[in-house]
Design a protein around this ligand. Structure first.
Ligand code: NI
Length: 222
């Protein structure tokens, strides 16, 4: 193993401890376990797609270090926090730039707002994060987040919206069920890599079955 690999393995291990201490106990679905899943999924995809695993590992670990949703919509805090941490731990400038670029650009900003990433490593971390938003875990996280924001589980009087700007998407306060139509059911077609598309297929079907069942039970007539 060359010096560079050892150095980055050390940074990755330290980053795990740092992120764990910052995100443990978070209750809205952006907790440490979310980061662990994104990290594991991203590393699996990275192996299959022959990506640079040190960049994928660090971007996955740091991607929610300071999510804009929890800092009054400030989108610069996440990349800034990640940059300071990586700099302090001796990562190279070009690597830091690549990682902070991924973190700054990867989040979903509404159905018709472009959030595409330039590098394979970025596309992989974005896929892994999106995979954790769908399927059984995705459903659980969506209701946890909706509860934290004080959203109704469902309100049949409010139809799902179709956001064309990130501003509209951020201030959206419709029901959690609407969130499936506004975001979660769209994610399968937004996956960047074939590996992620394959994983998304089954998770998508699971959500469709869940919604079907939910809407049948909603009226209490089942
Ligand atoms: Ni995330």
């Amino acid at each position: 193993m060359n010096d560079d690999l050892v150095r980055y393995d050390n940074i990755i291990e330290k980053t795990k401890e740092y992120v764990k201490s910052r995100q443990s106990g978070e209750a809205s679905g952006h907790d440490w376990w979310h980061t662990v899943r994104v990290y594991n999924t991203a590393m699996t995809i990275a192996e299959k797609e022959n990506a640079d695993t040190k960049i994928v590992a660090l971007a996955a670990l740091l991607h929610d270090i300071a999510d804009y949703k929890f800092y009054d919509g400030d989108e610069t805090i996440g990349p800034k926090t990640a940059r300071e941490w990586l700099f302090k731990n001796g990562a190279d400038e070009n690597i830091i730039n690549e990682i902070t670029d991924i973190i700054a650009n990867m989040s979903f900003k509404g159905a018709h707002v472009d959030s595409s990433l330039k590098t394979l490593e970025g596309k992989i971390v974005q896929d892994a994060d999106r995979l954790d938003a769908i399927g059984a875990v995705g459903i659980a996280r969506t209701f946890a987040y909706g509860g934290k924001k004080g959203r109704a589980i469902y309100n049949p009087d409010i139809p799902p919206a179709n956001f064309t700007t990130f501003e509209e998407y951020k201030i959206n306060n419709s029901s959690t069920i609407n969130h499936f139509y506004e975001k979660l059911l769209l994610l399968k077609d937004l996956m960047n890599t074939q590996t992620a598309r394959d994983i998304a297929e089954e998770r998508h079907k699971f959500m469709e079955n869940f919604l079907d069942r939910f809407l049948k039970e909603w009226d209490g007539n089942i």
